[in-house]
Design a protein around this ligand. Structure first.
Ligand code: EPU
Length: 421
């Protein structure tokens, strides 16, 4: 049964939202547990559709999964039962590609479906494959599957990524932990999730240095062991609720949010007229002035403005006092929220990778269609500030990345509800 969400516009959000664990760390962390035959316990794992899909895939691979509580999971992979990631998993969730690096490291062989098309762009995995080949893996593409093997194990080397890739860096980090010798990743991703991921691998016995910088060095070890690890707060979820506070002229404490993980984003909001103050237990967000100032942005790898907050920021600019340009540099097709926002009265024109947004006095409620995770949440945010009622269809995208979205928003005074269609 498909679900939709009804959003009543015009409520001012005020209160506290606890930020959940980061999806984009939880997913690689779950996969990393298959690098060892010992149990690994992960805390603060968000309860999301993507996490459930990945646990199903790990279950096929041979992982025993036990929930200690709703957010604490112990995973144990005593042996690899199947080294295959079928098309149906990878198609639904691109992050499944992460099992490639882990399986080839532990099992010396892996068969992983190519992800295929994705709503926000082509998103190749050529860089993952090339890097593994440089480490000595033999890789063939057969019937839409990556067939990878390294019967004598992988060998460390220098790998310079021509562009930064988050899951590419994570995949090769896992492969390199159990490789012979030293691997150096140049132009590695510096996202806080990647840095925390290195911390998890080190707690499992890996020898990684330079995490959080663009050059990461991994000295291979013979085996990894079990550990306990806590997933960091989700900075994209936090940024999303910051925008919800901003557009509704509200005041929200983002509990547990780490300001330093979103510095460029919070600085932009400050310039726009939205205070983002670092406080003891998180970040407090509220409007400093009645008007939203137009500030142009460009998305960039960390520490730049995150692509995963671009759609939400577009909503903020759609009610600004002037015009701002928004340039998407990471994905070639990440403006699918624009035609839907236009149905709500937004004034946005897209030319190539830039959207020119001219603020309007009011957005108006409408029926809109969610197309991907971040686009979906941007439509909910637009609904919060629009006049009247907004219905967001195809809600399943939202559940991939936002835990208890309705509960969190309604606790701050919103009126959003889910219904079946
Ligand atoms: N790219 C290639 N070849 C590759 C790898 C990447 O051409 O082999 C290109 C992609 O097509 C894209 C760019 O490089 O244009 C960057 O892609 P990246 O590999 O960094 O993205 P990703 O690892 O697939 C992760 C997040 C995304 C987030 C991006 C960028 C996870 C599980 N996913 O994806 O999160 O947008 O990094 O920060 O970590 C989301 O949460 O909504 C989401 C899409």
């Amino acid at each position: 049964m498909l679900q939709s969400m009804r959003v009543v516009g015009g409520c001012r959000l005020e209160g506290e939202i606890r930020v959940s664990g980061a999806k984009n760390l939880a997913l690689p962390a779950l996969v990393a547990t298959i690098l060892t035959d010992k149990p690994v316990t992960l805390r603060n794992v968000p309860n999301l559709a993507d996490v459930k899909s990945l646990l199903e895939l790990l279950n096929c691979i041979g992982t025993e999964v036990s929930y200690n509580d709703k957010h604490t999971i112990t995973l144990s992979t005593r042996s690899i039962k199947s080294a295959t990631a079928p098309y149906d998993f990878v198609r639904k969730m691109r992050a499944s590609i992460l099992v490639l690096g882990a399986l080839i490291a532990r099992h010396k062989q892996a068969t992983v479906s190519l992800p295929g098309g994705c709503a926000i762009g082509a998103r190749g995995v050529d860089l993952h494959i090339k890097a593994l080949e440089m480490m000595g893996a033999e890789i063939a593409i057969e019937n839409g599957y990556i067939e990878a093997k390294a019967p004598n194990g992988l060998i460390g080397c220098d790998i310079a990524f021509p562009m930064t890739t988050v899951t590419g860096t994570e995949n090769i980090l896992m492969a390199a932990t159990l490789a012979k010798g030293t691997t150096r990743l140049i132009n590695a991703a510096m996202e806080p999730e990647v840095e925390a991921f290195c911390e998890l691998l080190n707690k499992m016995g890996a020898r990684i240095s330079g995490a959080g910088t663009s050059v990461i060095t991994i000295e291979g070890v013979d085996e990894l062991h079990g550990t306990e690890f806590e997933i960091i707060p989700d900075r994209i979820e936090a940024g999303t609720y910051a925008i919800a506070a901003a557009v509704t002229n509200g005041k929200i404490l983002l509990k547990d949010c780490r300001y330093e993980h979103l510095t460029s984003f919070f600085e932009t909001l400050n310039s726009v007229g939205v205070a983002c103050e670092k406080v003891d237990n998180g970040v407090l967000v509220y409007r400093k002035s009645d008007e939203i100032q137009p500030i142009s942005i460009q998305t960039a790898p960390y520490p730049g403005f995150p692509t995963d907050l671009q759609a939400q920021y577009t909503v903020l600019m759609s009610i600004c006092n002037g015009s701002a340009s928004i340039t998407e540099n990471i994905f070639e097709n990440r403006f699918m929220h624009v035609p839907e926002l236009a149905r709500m009265g937004a004034n946005i024109s897209v030319q190539g990778k830039t959207a020119l947004v001219t603020g309007v006095e009011k957005l108006k409620g409408a029926q809109v269609m969610a197309t991907d995770l971040r686009a979906s949440v941007s439509l909910v945010i637009a609904g919060l500030v629009a006049e009247g009622e907004t219905i967001v269809n195809r809600l399943y995208h939202l559940d991939r990345g936002y835990e208890n979205l309705e509960e969190k928003l309604n606790a701050c005074g919103a009126h959003v509800e889910r219904f079946e269609v």
